[in-house]
Write a protein that binds this ligand. Structure first.
Ligand code: GLN
Ligand code: ZN
Length: 760
């Protein structure tokens, strides 16, 4: 008998109909009581466990469920509540928990940031003055609940100590080891209590192990796991990694844990090579991440079987636990609701539940022989084959070689362009502008719904959009902005809008994934060759330009952002897809230029988050990402001014790559980081235009003029005035109209004041 075990690393929390989101938001709005909230949440949590049980998962994860975020859960369990929330120890109340997540009237929220290279955002724990204490053992409660309610002997899942502390803030990184040390007894206590309650396995996630580890970090890790293994010797620890290959495999594989979980999809090649080269300890279980937890394609099961066989040459099946490559949090729940999708495409997809089915097929093939599941193996191969040969994927074959010869840099160097552009545009010093979108009021959303439901004709809707543009062009003129925008009223989402108009994209009806808190997104699926069909933004931009003598900036989402915020076909390297998008957008830029729009912004807010986890892979990514941007933008006349916008994130380590985009102007966040970014641009002597985000658009608060003046002057102390532009730090679509007009008026006043001083 080839026995092996089937497990999973985590399941989507949001519920098949986003019940989770609805329950949370109803609770926040005060529409349901805390009791009702807890009851409904328990239902959703048990529902997910039941589902996994039905799908044949033998070792079912518990404790991955949360009311908001799993990092926040740990912080709360350890009593790591920043002082500003007035916490006095003990179990953290729901009110405090949500205050940390979302802020309250007295204190702003904790920072939120991207979970590794995914689009999931976690709350950044602040390790504070509070001596950590175990305020609550949630994994234990959830373990007992699953056993009691559903007879499930689950596998509690939590982030391991080294990753938890690494991703937290509020301490001097030089004290990293000492801080981990402080948390070890709490982890130990949790594990000991789990062991006592009869748990067999616990999964400790240490995705940190796929990044470059120093000797000190490796030593700390060894110490931490020796400690934990000794504290709960009867509990098997699965040390789980994902998203890439483990660094320092030889040392990691020798850690004193019962199992090591590796990703055989992302970084799978290197993980397999390590396994083959260095072997795997005979007393350990291998967690085999075999089904892609990050993407939505059906697996080629025959190929997966071969891979499992190759692994079995080193680790026999009885010591393998087969599982998705990471938590299924990153994919939608089920294909059941996708009835409207093209059959060929739908058939080639696999969401969370279907991925669990795929694991079952693999397990059955190993246990009972591949012939017992021959039909399933054939079906997966056929579905993928059909998609591979579909016309949608074979459009560009003959165009590709020709397309590759398009220039990927501008013909004129920046210094020369800059002079010509200054003459052409004759803008004042410190020109003022905005990032693109204006408030998407309920009125705008209602109009779009009427049109989508067919109650409004296309003409009616277009007319409505034109009225919005007209109103806002007049408002911008009144405010006195120097470079105007049309306002993006026709766009719901900056990727979806373009995806719907380009060939090669598909959209789900219910393919939601959690982005942060209750916010879910429905990423487009890039399944075919991306091609330009017809102009996408020209009508709105040209209409706006016709209403004013001031320049109107055209507005596009860049190729790297479109790529990073979509589920992308995996039969081509990502750079090829980025490149296809770039070629399509290049046509759009041409169309804008032909229509007289000669200042064009190409947004790349997601460029930085696409950085690979391993530093050694950065250069390659930045090279092709930069090339995609330049392919998009480099065909323009030398007097056409290309802008780009990036939101938050640290830029100092990629400043050269940003400079190599060769955009004439970049607008960046500066208000929340209090100008820290500016110094990295200054220190690196960035030679092109920089738009300063002088106020934070994430808050309804209207800042005062002095704050903005101060921000501008700080920038002027390190950067010459002719490089600077003045703008809010991001698009304004989530803001109200009144506060937006008020803030922009103040922004223009601040710029005018500083400008006058400079000209004296
Ligand atoms: N142009 C976009 C907007 O203003 C940019 C959004 C973003 O950076 N995320 O909405
Ligand atoms: Zn932004």
């Amino acid at each position: 008998m080839n026995e092996l075990t089937v497990s999973s690393l985590g399941f989507p929390r949001i519920g098949e109909n986003r019940e989770w989101k609805k329950t949370l938001e109803a609770f926040w709005a005060g529409q349901i009581s805390e009791d009702t909230f807890i009851r409904e949440m328990t239902e959703i949590r048990l529902g997910a466990l039941r589902r996994q049980k039905e799908k044949g998962v033998e070792l079912i994860p518990v404790g991955d469920f949360t009311f908001y975020d799993h990092m926040l859960d740990l912080a709360a369990m350890f009593g790591q509540v920043p002082e500003r929330y007035g916490y006095a120890g003990g179990k953290v109340s729901l009110a405090t928990y949500f205050a940390m997540a979302r802020g309250n009237s007295a204190a702003p929220a904790c920072e939120m940031t991207k979970w590794f290279n995914t689009n999931y955002h976690y709350i950044v724990p602040e390790i504070g003055a509070f001596v950590p204490a175990l305020a609550e053992n949630r994994p234990l409660e959830l373990y007992l609940e699953a056993k009691r309610e559903l007879g499930i002997d689950g596998k509690p899942v939590l982030i391991g100590p080294c990753t938890f502390v690494k991703l937290s803030k509020g301490y001097d990184p030089a004290n990293y080891a000492a801080i981990v040390e402080r948390f070890l007894p709490l982890y130990g206590q949790m594990l000991a209590e789990l062991q006592q309650a009869g748990a067999r396995w616990v999964q400790l996630d240490e995705p940190l192990l796929v990044a470059t580890l120093s000797d000190g970090e490796m030593k700390l890790l060894t110490h931490a796991y020796e400690y934990l293994a000794n504290t709960a010797p009867g509990l098997s620890i699965m040390l789980q990694t994902y998203f890439d290959a483990v660094e320092r495999y030889e040392e990691v594989s020798k850690l004193p844990v019962a199992g090591i979980g590796l990703d055989f999809v992302h970084g799978g090649k290197a993980n397999l090579e390590n396994l083959q080269r260095h072997g795997f300890p005979h007393d350990k279980v291998l967690g085999v991440g075999i089904i892609d937890g990050r993407n939505i394609w059906r697996a080629n099961l025959s190929a997966k079987l071969q891979l499992l066989q190759a692994i079995a040459a080193i680790v026999p099946f009885k010591r393998q636990i087969i599982q998705p490559s990471c938590s299924l949090l990153h994919v939608p729940i089920s294909l059941r609701k996708e009835a409207n999708m093209d059959g060929g495409l739908r058939n080639a997809l696999s969401f969370a539940e279907e991925k669990l089915d795929e694991l079952q097929v693999l397990a059955a093939a190993i246990r009972n022989g591949a012939d017992t599941v021959a039909a399933s193996l054939r079906a997966s191969a056929e579905a993928l084959n059909k998609l591979a040969h579909s016309p949608a994927r074979n459009q560009l074959a003959k165009d590709a070689p020709k397309a590759r010869n398009v220039p990927n840099h501008r013909g004129t160097p920046y210094e020369v362009r800059q002079k010509l552009q200054r003459q052409k545009w004759s803008l004042p010093l410190l020109p003022t502008t905005t990032i693109g979108s204006f408030p998407q009021t309920p009125e705008v959303r209602k109009a779009r719904n009427l049109w989508r439901k067919g109650e409004w004709s296309k003409e009616q809707y277009d007319q409505f959009i034109r009225e919005q543009i007209k109103e806002w062009i007049a408002l911008q003129e009144e405010i006195g902005l120097d470079v105007l925008v049309h306002g993006e009223f026709e766009r719901t989402d900056m990727v979806e809008y373009f995806g719907e108009k380009l060939a090669g994209f598909a959209f789900t009806q219910n393919g939601w994934v959690q982005s942060y808190g209750s916010r879910c997104v429905k990423p487009p699926i890039i399944y075919g060759d991306v091609k330009f069909a017809a102009p996408m933004t020209v009508a709105e931009s040209a209409y706006a330009q016709q209403l004013t003598a001031k320049p109107v900036k055209g507005m596009l989402t860049g190729p790297v952002t479109i790529l990073n915020w979509s589920f992308v076909r995996d039969d081509l390297p990502r750079k090829e897809v980025a490149w296809q998008i770039a070629l399509a957008l290049r046509n759009e830029i041409k169309a804008l230029e032909d229509a007289g729009i000669e200042m064009i912004q190409v947004d790349e807010p997601a460029l930085r988050e696409g950085l690979p986890l391993k530093r050694a892979d950065w250069d390659q990514y930045l090279a092709w990402a930069g090339e995609a941007f330049r392919v998009t933008t480099s065909s323009v006349k030398e007097t056409t001014q290309i802008h780009t916008h990036m939101c938050y994130g640290e830029f100092h380590d990629i400043i050269e790559a940003i400079s190599s985009l060769d955009a004439d102007v970049i607008s960046i966040e500066t208000s929340r980081s209090h100008g820290e970014l500016i110094s990295s641009f200054a220190a690196n002597t960035y030679d092109k235009g920089i738009g300063l985000g002088v106020y934070d658009i994430h808050s309804p608060r209207v800042p005062d003029k002095e704050e903005m003046v101060h921000m501008i002057e700080r920038a002027l102390s390190v950067l010459p005035s002719h490089k600077l532009w003045i703008n809010p730090d991001c698009g304004l679509k989530t803001r109200g109209k009144t506060e937006t007009v008020a803030a922009l008026n103040i922004m223009v006043q601040a710029a005018t004041e500083v400008r006058a001083r400079l000209q004296k």
